[in-house]
Design a protein around this ligand. Structure first.
Ligand SMILES: C[S@@+](CC[C@H](N)C(=O)[O-])C[C@H]1O[C@@H](n2cnc3c(N)ncnc32)[C@H](O)[C@@H]1O
Length: 227
């Protein structure tokens, strides 16, 4: 049984579906761990490249899993799965995959974007998924895991909570509403580090300028000091 790294352990702990699809399965370790622990009944691994497809097939050979070669949700049917994960990709790629076939998305989605995490939160905000939790691995190798549940049309209450705490939605989208509401110590350290890094750079892109300004607002708001 393959051992999961800290990042995929966080993902695995959040999955609640019986039939689970993992897009971009690569080595196939996530589904293997979930099936071996009877956390899911059936797994569907999706890969768009031949070598990772072969690797997933080898890992999942004796388990109740199917490995499909294809692009994201193209190879998943409507109402076929209860939960979905996409891990280790950039936020923009994840959003593209999620946007291709909205009618095929399941009730629960667990995502681990490596970058552009704000675009994933924004996608969920605009597409009827509530962000029900956010988890992260340690500060040195910080990976964020976002857990979403389909909500229908009502707006995500976490952003109302954020508003009541005196913080803007844009801050939540950028740095995570649950991390902010919990006054996450690791997030505070990361913000201070990113501020130092950005301040030391001569020419900032518009995006970096916006992040620096949002960090400044957060660190001077007193939010992290209020208990
Ligand atoms: C960096 S690996 C991450 C592997 C694994 N999910 C993890 O987190 O350890 C990304 C994998 O996603 C696959 N991939 C990228 N875009 C994809 C797409 N549109 N559909 C299916 N697989 C994709 C790549 O071939 C690669 O194996």
């Amino acid at each position: 049984m393959p051992r999961l790294d800290a990042r995929l352990k966080l993902v695995a702990a959040e999955i609640r579906g019986k039939i689970h699809a993992d897009i971009g399965s690569d080595h196939g370790h996530l589904l293997a761990a979930l099936l071996s622990a009877s956390r899911i009944e059936r797994g569907i691994a999706v890969e768009n490249k031949p070598q990772p497809h072969q690797n997933s097939s080898a890992t999942l050979e004796r388990l109740n899993a199917e490995v499909r070669l294809g692009d994201g949700m193209d190879v998943i049917e409507e109402n076929e799965i209860d939960s979905l994960s996409i891990c280790g990709m950039g936020g923009q790629s994840i959003v593209r995959i999620l946007s291709e076939h909205p009618n095929r998305l399941p009730q629960q989605i667990v995502l681990q974007p490596n970058k552009a995490i704000d675009s994933v939160r924004q996608w969920a905000r605009d597409n009827g998924y509530w962000l029900t939790d956010e988890k992260c691995t340690g500060i040195k190798r910080r990976f964020e895991v976002l857990v979403f549940r389909r909500s229908g049309s009502s707006p995500d209450p976490v952003y109302q909570k954020l508003d009541r705490a005196g913080l803007d939605e844009s801050m939540g989208l950028m740095f995570g509403p649950w991390f902010l509401l919990r006054k996450d110590e690791q997030l505070l350290q990361r913000l201070a580090e990113e501020q130092r890094y950005l301040q030391a750079r001569p020419n900032l892109t518009e995006t970096s300028q916006a992040r620096l300004e949002t960090i400044r607002q957060l660190l001077t708001s007193g939010h992290f000091l209020r208990r």
